[in-house]
Design a protein around this ligand. Sequence first.
Ligand code: ZN
Length: 432
Amino acid sequence: MPHRFTARAVVVGDRAGTVIPDAVIDVDGGRIRWVGPAAEAPPAEGAEVVELSGVLMPGLVNTHSHAPMVLFRGQGEGLPLDRWLQEVMWPREARLTAEDVEVAMTAASAEMLGNGVTTSVEMYFHPDRIAAAVGTTGARAIIVSPLIPLPGMPPFEKQLRAAVDLATGAPEDGMVEFGIGPHAAYTVPLPVLREAAVAAREHALLLHLHVAETATEGADLLALHGLSVPALLAAHDVLGGRVLAAHCVHMDDADLDLWHEYDVAVAHCPASNAKLASGIAPLRAMLDRGIRVGMGTDGPASNDGLDLLADLRLAASFARLAGRSATALTAAEAIWLATGAAAEAVGRPDLGQLEAGRRADLVHVDTRNLVFEPVGDASDVLAHLVWSGAGQHVRDVWVGGRQLVRDFTSTTVDTEALRSDVAARAARLAAR
Ligand SMILES: [Zn+2]
């Protein structure tokens, strides 16, 4: 049945930061049919009218996540990275079951939906169970099968074959799509990266990997090959097609030029980069070059929230601090980085903006709150969303026109039961 949404304002999610006051969105068949000022709306003709007192914005697109790691949230706090991995993460992950991943992803997906995140790029073990989890919550996901050399994982050729089989066998309904997720150039051999890239290009899959997250991770490769990681990836035919690189903190001008040349997209994860003291990514330089960038939370063991809206404040703050300029990233650009730009970064032009023809992924932010006042100009809404907004202000969420959050509550899963299930599993995984 067609629906007509009316709202105090619609935030389109485009680069210009368009805000339409007193707006209407018509939805039918899971797609947006019309967006504009109420005064200009076509006749409603049998549509069910949904009157919203707040602001409608596009469902947020989280471009980099390992959401099942809600099982490890806050664990090993304060340890240096190597000890955190060796003493906290790897022993737990060695005990992880497929069911743990599905339960954790279901809980994390409900949490993300509650924060207005309707699509996430997930890189984690048991990709089929991650798909089952979002099938339960109703969220969208781009799930990249990890390629990583860990004890218990099959050899790379088998991992890659399984990744391609999973991706090419999935239905093309826009809900779940699979890609390939070689962990990084310092963990996965270059010939494997190249094979993964060739397979991704052949099947038009997303190739997602970590690049230049820390200052030192590329040192061995540089010593061995005399090239930075981006240059090495270019030289080994890894770039081209739908490539999404997470972090990209330690990139020089030549690296950024390569990203532009090969149209590599970046998942910008300021909260994780701050928590792990990785550094500040050159966001302004990326955007000025025309590099596609979208916001990511990274995993909840290194953020620790799955609150993309809250992370926008960090993105804007770091860009301004790094550029020593209050104009280095505008509120409009920040919102775009989690909506329209993020959809572009993951290669999904059907998502990310409230525009006729795109999928009806809608987030209703409850603006009956002092942090959303005053609104003198319509664009003040953008400033409030970035500087004061957070997932807690998200009241209702629709994905493909289906309501998944109503009055701050999931319509598809029992979040309280999931919370206690995750807690019990986390305790079991932590036991020595
Ligand atoms: Zn990551």
